[in-house]
Design a protein around this ligand. Structure first.
Ligand code: TXA
Ligand code: MG
Length: 539
């Protein structure tokens, strides 16, 4: 199909209206995002919206009207409750969608089989003149391919919909930038199902207390039912993986810069104030203090990261979930598939080195010197008892549980050390969670300096959280002797494990300080003191 590109002139709006009356699909600007419109009273026209977007059929659509009187005149709702009227008076025309009991004329395709319907009266002049000119209520979801960021310009729509729909009306960039606030008044207590720039506080000032649906800020458990079906799908995702990062400006920028130095394939999504301190490609959401500007920029920014060459991961600085921030957070957390990294407000120092070099002795001395110590081994023991991790291990390695459902660790170790591929798989499953637990443990430490005691600091990619890194090294013969004694292993077994590790040169190249542990206990203590003093002195 050849898509017609229309302006917002009166004549082009009339052309678009005719397309709609013929059962066609037209993308139209609204003040929030572009919508993909069809005649809301024509089930087969509406079905084509789902096809064009690749949208699951159980996700209902919003019906757009140009005048409040259309709702009663056309019988769109079964009742128009008092609270809905007050909301309409206060916020319409504008970016608020109200869910009410549906009227008999609403096709099942629009309401996805629910007994309610979502109604919105947009303020955008082009949307309103298109609705008026067509003489129809218009069902319109956001005009993006399902799962992608919503479109805020006609070009975004064209990128997703060219050749799939009859026409696109270009009305310029959308002013609000995030979709309307969705509230249901069909429940006893009105409930916000999707936050937008009409905030909870503004709504409560008009109709009193409202609830915020759990799915707005949290990931639903497998057995939980979504009040708003749209909330259960992955959303707003660019091709690059999005990770939300929570932390102070300083910690965030330092973290992103370390990731970039290490991997070279990331971008930052952040506030304009942070851009000068960031080394990697950065997409700005606008000023830190201007939430409305951030909302306006959000979807364009999410699409823009895919246009930067070589970017596979985007670290987005996490907004607060207050006021308009709730709308931003709700979109970003979905774009990130609920992956959030919490950077503790601590100076983290990595401690690594070859096995048997005396890392634990060094950690003990650092603890005496006042540092908090977070052990990767402790975190690992906690991680492997978590249900998700156990399930992933069973999926990868077969049944590796004891009769009491705890993990059979020696069995896992046997399998993992059996081949390089298995070990990689084990690490791939456990490392991310282990690091997350280490960050949680670090946040709970008392002082401002925390040691990440991790033999596999680099393999687990925990080094990106460390401001400084210390590695402990000692001669091969000494390490062999210690391990044979400590772990009760045969010399050949120890040699096998040692050969799987990075060599000395690697640790030297990737550390800020090296502690050589070939001497006496006293010498070690002195050296640790000296290194720790230097690293914590702000050097
Ligand atoms: O700003 C907007 O609302 C834009 C513009 C085009 O108006 N539209 C939009 O539509 O964002 P859409 O389909 O992308 O999102 C509608 C959301 C979905 O999460 C859907 O599940 C929910 O509203 N929804 C629609 N009808 C519902 C109903 N009867 N009950 C519960 N949720 C409903
Ligand atoms: Mg949408």
């Amino acid at each position: 199909m050849k898509t017609l590109y229309l302006s917002n002139s009166q004549q082009d709006i009339a052309t678009a209206a005719a397309v709609l009356r013929d059962g066609g699909l037209v993308a139209m600007p609204t003040e929030t995002v572009y919508g993909l419109a069809a005649n809301a009273l024509d089930g087969s026209a509406v079905r084509r919206i789902f096809e064009a977007k690749g949208r699951p059929m159980d996700n209902p659509l919003i019906v757009h009207v140009a005048d409040v009187s259309d709702i009663g005149r056309l019988g769109l709702v079964a009742e128009f409750p008092e609270k809905a009227r007050r909301l309409a008076d206060a916020f319409w025309p504008g970016p608020l969608t109200i869910i009410m009991k549906k009227g008999g004329v609403i096709p099942d395709e629009v309401s996805a089989g629910l007994d309610t319907v979502a109604i919105r009266l947009p303020s955008h002049p082009d949307a309103r003149s298109l609705i008026r000119e067509s003489g129809l209520p218009l069902a319109a979801p956001s005009a993006n391919t399902s799962g992608k960021p919503s479109p805020t310009t006609a070009r975004h729509v064209a990128d997703d919909m060219d050749g799939r729909i009859e026409a696109i009306v270009d009305g310029g960039a959308c002013g609000v930038g995030v979709e309307s606030t969705v509230i249901t008044v069909a429940a006893d207590v009105p409930r916000i199902l999707r936050p937008g720039i009409v905030t909870r506080e503004e709504i409560e000032a008009v109709i009193g207390p409202v609830e915020v649906d759990r799915a707005v800020l949290n990931k639903l458990e497998n057995n939980e039912k979504a009040a708003s079906p749209g909330m259960k799908y992955k959303h707003y995702a660019p091709r690059a993986r999005v990770i939300l990062v929570r932390g102070s400006d300083e910690k965030y920028t330092a973290f992103v810069n370390r990731c970039y130095k290490r991997d070279g394939d990331c971008a930052a999504m952040c506030y304009s104030e942070d851009v000068p301190s960031i080394d990697c490609p950065a997409v700005s959401l606008g000023s830190k203090s201007d939430l409305k500007q951030q909302a306006q920029a959000l979807f364009d920014a999410l699409r823009a990261v895919d246009e930067i060459d070589g970017v596979t991961t985007v670290y987005a600085h996490c907004p607060t979930a207050e006021g308009v921030g709730m709308a931003l957070y709700n979109r970003l957390i979905r774009a990130a598939a609920f992956q959030v990294l919490n950077l503790p407000d601590k100076r983290i120092i990595g401690l690594s080195g070859q096995t048997g070099a005396g890392k634990s002795e060094v950690a003990a001395i650092l603890a005496e010197l006042g540092a908090g110590v977070v052990s990767a081994d402790t975190a690992a023991r906690q991680a492997v008892e978590e249900a998700d991790v156990k399930a992933a291990l069973c999926a990868a390695f077969g049944d590796v549980l004891n009769p009491d459902r705890s993990l059979n660790r020696s069995r896992v170790a046997r399998i993992a050390f059996g081949s390089k591929k298995n070990l990689q798989m084990l690490n791939h499953i456990t490392h991310p969670r282990i690091v997350e637990i280490m960050l949680e443990m670090a946040a709970d430490c008392a002082g401002d300096t925390v040691i990440f005691d991790a033999p596999q600091l680099f393999e687990a990619r925990a080094d990106v959280f460390c401001e400084k890194i210390i590695s402990v090294l000692s001669d091969r013969e000494k390490r062999l002797e210690r391990l044979v004694r400590r772990d009760n292993l045969r010399k050949e077994e120890v040699e096998l494990r040692m050969s799987a590790q990075y060599d000395e040169q690697f640790f030297i190249a990737h550390s800020d300080s090296i502690i050589d542990n070939n001497g006496t206990v006293e010498e070690l203590r002195e050296r640790v003191k000296e290194v720790y003093g230097r690293l914590t002195d702000g050097e």
